[in-house]
Design a protein around this ligand. Structure first.
Ligand code: AQP
Length: 331
């Protein structure tokens, strides 16, 4: 059975992009993979986090993941900082990775913007730690959204360079598992920007704890253009907001974009948004209800993470010790 590793940052409430790009896939992959799911709180720290909020968000995300269908007994769910192997292998990879490689990372450029000098060094070396997260488990498959494709290519470069530099065949190649045409969900306020849980505007995203009324309102207010919907996918060219809404509909209804447009093409956005709100509410409301119930028992959620951390450590500690031996650390 192949081993999967994937992570999510506890930087806020998971949003619909996290769900369609990653979480939904994670739930499905549990059927035939050994899965390790991680709340990557060390990655979250690469941008400022209020300590109390980070703790609360870590628990809230645990609740959302359980509510969405992650099975913490058959698989593993834990928070990154509880397992020191991440940091240790991350440091080794800081020394394997090249500045030239990191300089090409578009996520750093997007997040740092023009004010690069004022961002943390952690944000810059984030992809090295991400490579360590995966390779500490010798995981071979990583289900992520399209925005993480470049980071996974870098992880493969790091693994290959480590193997080459030390003359070993130690780290395996990683295969990204990226969902198809709806892999990147965009902001409801700007179809050229990805939907993000830390976007300052809560109107830009559907959160997995939103109520039906909040979802309906956010979709009604979502930015669109004045034209009616086209009758096929080619007609969405140059219409990023329309494409995004149709993509969300297709991802949730399990149809292709062309099938959705065959039904809704020619209609204005009013009736389409109503239909879209219905499919989003049908997917999100059960997760939101179960999340609220789980959050009533934070001790249980902490227990899930503690148990997951112990089981994660049992897998990755021997692998990271071997990596430390390979590079020449004296024990
Ligand atoms: N908009 C998106 N569309 C598709 N997939 C997405 N993912 C995130 N946003 C979208 C996928 O969700 C997983 C977990 O993401 P993350 O929390 O580790 O980091 P992120 O990609 O930076 O997500 P956010 O919501 O944008 O977080 P913040 O605001 O903290 O930066 C990943 O597999 C990602 O591909």
């Amino acid at each position: 059975m192949q081993r999967i590793f994937s992570g999510i940052q506890p930087t806020g409430v998971p949003q619909l992009g996290n769900y369609l790009g990653a979480i939904r896939n994670w739930v499905a992959l549990q059927a035939d993979h050994e899965c390790i799911f991680c709340l990557v709180d060390m990655h979250a720290l690469t941008v400022w986090q209020d300590p109390a909020s980070l703790r609360a968000q870590t628990l809230a995300q645990t609740a959302v993941l359980l509510a969405a269908g992650i099975d913490p007994k058959a698989h593993i769910l834990y928070n990154q900082s509880a397992v020191s192997a991440h940091a240790r292998l991350g440091w080794i990879f800081n020394c394997v990775s090249r500045l030239g490689w990191l300089n090409r990372m578009t996520q750093f450029k997007d997040k740092a913007g023009k004010d690069r000098e004022n961002h943390s060094a952690g944000l810059y070396v984030y992809p090295n730690l991400m490579a360590a997260d995966i390779l500490a488990f010798h995981a071979t498959r990583v289900p992520v959204g399209d925005d993480q494709r470049q980071h996974l290519e870098l992880a493969n470069d790091i693994a290959q360079k480590f193997n080459h530099d030390y003359g070993v065949d130690f780290f395996p190649a990683i295969e990204p598992l990226i969902p198809g045409e709806t892999a990147r969900i965009m902001s409801l306020r700007d179809g050229t920007k990805k939907m993000s849980k830390s976007d300052p505007s809560a109107q830009s995203r559907i959160e997995l704890t939103d109520t039906a009324d909040e979802i309906a309102l956010k979709i009604r207010r979502a930015k669109t253009d004045p034209e009616p919907l086209p009758s096929d996918a080619a007609g969405l060219e140059g219409r990023p907001e329309a494409r995004n809404l149709v993509s969300i509909f297709a991802a949730l209804s399990g149809e292709t974009i062309d099938t959705v447009l065959a039904r809704h093409g020619g209609s204005g956005f009013g009736p389409f948004k109503q239909a879209l709100a219905d499919v989003v509410i049908a997917a999100v409301a059960p997760v939101a209800d179960e999340t609220r119930r789980l959050l009533e028992d934070p001790a249980h959620l902490q227990g899930v993470l503690r148990d997951g951390a112990a089981r994660a450590e049992a897998i990755c500690e021997p692998i990271v010790k071997d990596a430390e031996r390979i590079v020449g650390f004296l024990r």
